[in-house]
Design a protein around this ligand. Structure first.
Ligand code: ADP
Ligand code: MG
Length: 731
């Protein structure tokens, strides 16, 4: 086996960068080529139809059948010109990733016979019934109604991938329960639109729509595909379950500042061209901190669209990587001991009148509005910090949180000194001092002027899970492999609920005769005090912070199955119900899926770890041990007793070391299997996940410790698994 590892090293070393050429001289010639965007529609649909779609998207209503028929006909024509022969409803099941079932356009002309035609009607565009019984639903489908259907989301454009027309859809049960991640997201976006619009009307009665924006930053690792193929743990779990640290990893920080390796540059270029064809505006690419770790980021977009683009780019990343002899690792922690990967979600909200609500303004009125949205966001993060943590938690992201550069497993918000000073001043001053209305009822704000660009990079706190960065919040705790819908649904719904509460409090004061500005300021002052526990500017890794956070009453739970419970707390259920995003039943069913997924992931990892140690590590170590023993015996047969004792002492002790580690690996693997057997008998999904977390996971570290020790002892030539230095430095 060892021969294979060296063969792979040799081959990987020889690989050269692929020559990547731009599809055309001018980017505009191919940008959005595969997307049925409004500008493409112009060629295939009438102006009226396009306007009806635009209107439906804006108002969030459905299209009637005759319009859908028109759209379908145009879409089919366009897709077939690009070589499409099939279509699919592209949806986001509760497991991460996307799902699709391809159907061909073909159909009989007049019933069964010889003649076929290409068919794609409005009915097929608008609704589909995938055989979805194997998608997890947490019992919703068995409880309510056996069938679910996918329904077209016209706010995210259809696209052609390979030979298939892909139509972004939501996935719901016949009784209306969401079975996916997109349906609740759309409801949350609707909720924040309405709630934020109402609050905007304090400042500008002309605002008709508030949109939520998202700019994600996708981190990832690349490994040569040869190594990937002979690391069963990478292949099956997306992360290394074993492997001793490389002597050199990220200590010198030379990767982050270094130039991008040529094979990787070719990959990035190729990926960018591919992304542009799908209308994904990739803007940034660079090396990340860990060796072989990289990042890409597009220009931000409306949240629903941005999420679909992220899901699409994750597919493209994998696809393009194959062309370059790489495999892309989207797992949050593929390698122990070095940085993991996140998907920072830059979030902001803005109006149809062009106002960015989280950007400081030039006038006191604008700044009162800015402060209003900023403080309400803080309040939402404070009230629902447990939920926000649950929204980013998973069996894989847990390895990253609280380690190296990643934020800790406690949600707090970082504001930077300037904003903090402003809030502190507001808290200390009387409302009369802050709000001064002169004789002409002109508003004067007694708070310090807020410069537009407040924060430079030095003021950034990389350890904060939720940081204000001048015109947006950066939710950094989101994991690299996640569908950011979960996080964005929780955040937008929470802020929507908070803005609604705020409006009610302010309106009550106005009704009692208080001036609007004073009423707003009075409520904000209360919020500043209340939300104080969520504000934290210090080092999130420190033990001191963990103790402090506990005292402040923030959610400090670290066990993933228990973290999910925040989804069904009374406050969360009320919040989701009041915003119309998710019902109690849906929340409960979704948690069942989360626990089940958690259990399955740990179960798979445990099996792979067992196989790897029993089939690779122990046999290799034993073979090496035999060689050592052989050597000891030979020394003893050649040299006199005293001399041979001295000469064989080291190898004899290595033989014992190996025996010790092998025994530890074996007995712990056996114990882990026993723990799994016990856990598997539990029928309650929550209890089962807890059993896996409490009784199975702890073995991973012990087993790994001894296996990694064996890696250090055993002759390098005999070791069959690619080592960290090869996975991380050969490209
Ligand atoms: P960083 O310095 O945090 O690594 P990047 O340039 O990698 O920043 O990514 C920042 C992301 O934030 C980009 O996707 C960018 O388009 C996005 N962004 C910028 N302004 C906003 C905004 N107002 N709302 C949402 N996202 C934004
Ligand atoms: Mg970045």
């Amino acid at each position: 086996m060892s021969i294979l590892r060296f063969k792979v090293v040799e081959e990987a070393f020889k690989k050269k960068a692929i020559d990547v050429q731009a599809p055309a001289k001018c980017m505009s010639e191919f940008y959005g080529k595969y997307v049925f965007s409004y500008s493409v529609m112009k060629k295939y649909l009438s102006k009226d139809t396009i306007n009806i779609i635009k209107d439906a998207v804006e108002k969030g209503c459905t299209l009637d059948r005759s319009v859908a028929d028109h759209v379908a006909a145009g879409m089919k024509l366009w897709a077939m010109e690009l070589g499409a022969t099939h279509y699919t409803h592209w949806f986001q099941p509760l497991t991460d990733g996307t799902a699709q079932k391809h159907d061909s356009f073909i159909d009989y002309v007049d019933g069964p016979g010889e003649n076929i035609t290409e068919e794609f009607s409005g009915k097929l565009l608008a609704q589909q019934e995938p055989d979805a019984s194997s998608f997890p639903s947490g019992g919703i489908r068995s409880t309510f109604e056996a069938r679910g259907y996918t329904a077209w989301d016209p706010s995210s454009p259809a696209f052609v991938m390979d030979d298939t027309l892909c139509i972004p859809t939501i996935f719901i049960s016949y009784t209306g329960e969401s079975l996916d991640l997109k349906a609740p997201l759309l409801k949350a976006l609707n909720a924040i639109d309405k709630a934020a619009c109402d609050v905007c009307h304090y400042f500008d009665p002309h605002v008709k729509k508030v949109s939520s924006f998202l700019g994600w930053e996708q981190e990832y690792f690349l490994v040569d595909e040869g190594f990937y193929a002979i690391r069963p743990d990478l292949l099956l779990t997306g992360r290394t379950l074993l492997g001793h640290e490389s002597a050199k990893n990220q200590q010198l920080e030379d990767h982050y500042f270094g130039s991008i390796p040529t094979r990787v540059t070719a990959y990035m270029k190729d990926l960018e061209f591919e992304a542009y064809k799908y209308g994904i505006p990739l803007k940034t690419r660079h090396n990340e901190v860990a060796p072989n770790q990289f990042e890409l980021a597009p220009i931000y977009n409306e949240t629903n669209l941005s999420i679909d683009q992220n899901l699409l780019i994750m597919l493209l990343m994998k696809k393009v990587a194959r062309r370059h002899g790489f495999r892309v690792l989207l797992h949050e922690k593929p390698f122990a001991g070095i940085n993991g990967s996140g998907k920072h979600c830059n979030w902001s909200i803005g109006t149809d009148t062009g106002v960015e609500l989280l950007t400081p303004g030039k006038t006191p009125e604008e700044n009162l509005r800015f402060i209003t949205f900023l403080i309400n966001t803080l309040m939402a993060v404070y009230k629902y910090n447990g939920l926000l943590k649950a929204s980013i938690s998973s069996a894989s992201n847990v390895h990253r949180l609280g380690a190296h550069e990643a934020p800790p497993a406690i949600i707090s918000a970082f504001l930077g000194t300037q904003i903090n000073d402003i809030l502190d001043n507001m808290e200390k001053s009387t409302t009369e001092k802050i709000i001064i209305l002169d004789k002409k009822k002109k508003l004067r704000l007694g708070i310090a002027h807020i410069p537009e660009v407040m924060l430079d990079n030095t003021d950034r706190n990389r350890t904060s899970p939720f940081a204000f960065t001048g015109n947006r919040f950066e939710f950094r705790a989101v994991g690299s492999s996640a569908n950011c819908s979960s996080a964005m649904t929780a955040l937008n719904a929470a802020v929507a609920a908070q803005l609604t509460d705020f409006k009610a409090s302010v309106d009550a004061k106005i009704e009692k005769g208080e001036a609007k500005e004073k009423a707003i300021m009075d409520v904000l002052k209360v919020y500043i005090k209340m939300s104080k526990p969520i504000r934290f500017e210090g080092n999130g890794y420190s033990q001191a912070w963990k103790e402090e956070a506990q005292k402040r009453g923030l959610d400090c739970e670290t066990s993933v199955p228990d973290i999910f419970k925040a989804y069904t707390s009374e406050e969360t259920v009320n919040m989701f119900v009041s915003t119309g995003v998710l019902s109690r039943k849906e929340l409960e069913a979704r948690n069942e899926v989360k626990w089940e997924t958690y259990t399955k992931k740990i179960q798979i990892e445990a099996r792979v770890l067992g196989d790897l140690t029993i089939n690779h590590v122990i046999p290799t170590a034993t073979r090496y041990q035999s060689l050592l023993l052989d050597n000891v015996c030979k020394i003893k047969s050649v040299y006199p007793a005293e001399k041979s004792e001295e000469l064989s002492a080291m190898n004899a002790s290595l033989v014992e070391d190996i025996a010790k580690h092998v025994k530890a690996v074996k007995s712990n693997v056996n114990a882990m299997i026993e723990a799994r057997k016990v856990a598997n008998k539990i029928t309650d999904e929550y209890q089962k996940a807890v059993a896996y977390h409490d009784n199975v996971v702890p073995y991973f570290e012990v087993i790994r410790y001894h296996a990694d020790k064996l890696e250090l002892i055993v002759d390098d030539e005999m070791w069959s698994l690619p080592k960290y230095r090869e996975l991380l430095f050969i490209r």
